[in-house]
Design a protein around this ligand. Structure first.
Ligand SMILES: [Zn+2]
Length: 119
């Protein structure tokens, strides 16, 4: 397995000393750092990282985040017994965050085109 493949599958999680929510400045429960690929101006694939936090106040209406929040609410701490459940929920949450980020960037690219009169 090459380094690149490893990188693409790695999601780093942090549950202690997570940064405050960028939206509401409240306490967050989880920080995920995940690989993220995009295209630069020359249409080359660039691989980097993005970070996302799980905020009980801001994310409880998003299905994948809500399930994860529910787990935290019950357990307070994630224990080895429910690690599989936790991993599964984290994976779907990160996937939803990744998807949303892509959509937002696609939208702002479209908006920039529209402003320049290309659309
Ligand atoms: Zn928040």
């Amino acid at each position: 397995m090459t380094n690149e493949q490893n990188l693409e599958e790695t999601i780093l999680l942090k549950v202690e000393d997570t940064p405050p929510c960028p939206r509401c400045d409240g306490a967050t429960l989880l920080l995920a750092r995940f690989p993220y690929a995009w295209k630069n101006l020359r249409e080359e694939d660039v691989l980097g990282f993005k970070e996302a936090v799980l905020c009980p106040g801001c994310h409880n209406r998003e299905p994948a985040a809500a399930e994860l929040l529910a787990l935290f609410a019950v357990d307070d701490q994630v224990r080895p017994e429910n690690m599989d459940v936790f991993d599964g929920l984290v994976a779907s949450w990160v996937e939803s965050v990744r998807q949303r980020t892509v959509d937002e960037e696609a939208l702002s690219a479209e908006f920039a085109q529209w402003q320049r009169g290309d659309l």
